[in-house]
Design a protein around this ligand. Structure first.
Ligand code: EPS
Length: 376
């Protein structure tokens, strides 16, 4: 089974990843990984750290002349801001006031550390750079089978876009040149207005991201056991992204308000397409198994926890009320989170794909895949 580990602190030497169980014979382009890393750093509303870092991957193992060997792929992304030890050397005062909504307080309660920096270093969303690098390797594998994944910002603050049936190529065309990665310029202007207003108030914002995956074959995941269901695996991976508080598959919450007759996708058959569906309310997954229709997911991100105009908190030593610290951060990072979401979806789809079609070498997987498509 494909596995993925990350390591690294936000201001440590580097972020590190290991992908284990990745098949042999896949061409991996470093430029494509770097392009995804750079996308993760972009989007209107990001903070000063993104001007410091220029994330680039260095692959350390698992490749020979750009082709995977089947051995663990390890990589690192060096940090430019690696001040983790400077704090100690200069005896920079320990951070003792936890920020509401960040890991600070819970980390303190769990690990009983006197300096909250020791918690926030790993809790920082900077870890997602490693997820994007690993996800990009998976995306390149999926590309061998024409599987494509995209994200766009469907909401910021109170502005929320209606659901749509756009294809990936339409989404790409409509988001081109957009500062937020939004498919519609009018609501985008309103979103940017909200971000500017939040910034001027020293506040932060969250939002909604939609992720679409096309050309996923029917049959990934399984109905046979809860932890093999594709939707549960995608939801779990998406929920593991810092600040994600909700995941919807297809109609999601909207299902609860509709009649069955207005919800369920009727089944069709044609000689050219085989079995397919009249609509795609299920978002490409039924009974934990991919249907062959586009996989459509929505996730909600809570506002960034670090506020320039901070909320009330309590000092862990004195137990006295104190304002939370205002540390350098973003006003919003919803666009960047979309790139992270694409990456975790790529990982889960690759894992499920390898389970179905074997995981040793690309040529064997291609043979199995072709035979399966012919059969269905
Ligand atoms: C981030 C790096 C961090 C934050 C942000 C995301 O860098 P720094 O703490 O040095 O400013 O900008 O982290 C958070 C939003 C968070 O909650 O920790 C990054 O690389 O994405």
């Amino acid at each position: 089974m494909l596995r993925f580990l990350t390591a690294g602190e936000s201001h440590g030497q580097a972020l590190v990843g290991i992908l284990e169980g990745f098949p042999k014979g896949v061409r991996i382009q470093k430029d494509l990984i770097d392009r995804e890393l750079s996308r993760r750093q972009s989007g209107y509303g990001r903070g000063a750290r993104m001007h410091i870092e220029k994330d680039k991957v260095q692959v350390l193992s698992g490749l020979r002349a750009g082709i995977t060997l089947g051995s663990p792929i390890s990589f690192l992304i060096k940090n430019k801001d690696k001040t983790i030890d400077v704090f100690l050397k200069d005896k920079l005062k320990a951070l003792t006031v936890p920020r509401p909504a960040h890991a600070d307080l819970l980390g303190f309660l769990k690990y009983q550390d006197k300096d909250l920096r020791n918690i926030l270093e790993r809790a920082s969303a900077r870890e997602t750079a490693a997820r994007v690098a690993g996800g990009s390797i998976c995306k390149q594998f999926l590309g061998e089978f024409k599987i494509d994944i995209v994200s766009h910002v469907a909401g910021i603050g109170e502005i929320l876009l209606e659901r749509h049936n756009l294809s990936i190529s339409q989404i790409r065309r409509k988001t081109q040149g957009s500062a937020l990665g939004c498919i519609d310029r009018f609501p985008e202007r309103l979103m940017i207005g909200q971000i500017k207003k939040a910034k001027s108030l020293g506040d932060t914002l969250g939002g909604v991201i939609e992720i679409v995956a096309e050309k996923v074959p029917p049959g990934l995941g399984s109905v046979m056991h809860w932890d093999r269901r594709l939707d549960s695996r995608l939801a779990s991976a998406l929920m593991s992204i810092p600040a994600i508080k909700a995941v919807e598959v297809g109609l999601g919450l909207e299902y609860a308000r509709r009649l069955g007759s207005k919800s369920h996708d009727e089944i069709l058959y044609s000689k050219t397409k085989g079995f397919c569906f009249k609509t795609n309310n299920a978002g490409g997954i039924i009974a934990g198994i991919s249907t062959g229709a586009p996989i459509v997911l929505r996730i909600a991100m809570k506002p960034i926890a670090t506020l320039a105009n901070p909320l009330e908190s309590v000092d862990i030593n004195t137990k006295k009320h104190k304002k939370a610290p205002s540390i350098r951060s973003d006003v919003t990072a919803v666009t960047a989170c979309g790139v992270v979401a694409e990456s975790v979806v790529s990982f889960v789809l690759t894992q499920a794909f390898l389970e179905k079609f074997s995981s040793d070498s690309l040529s064997e997987i291609k043979r199995n895949y072709k035979a399966y498509l012919k059969k269905i």
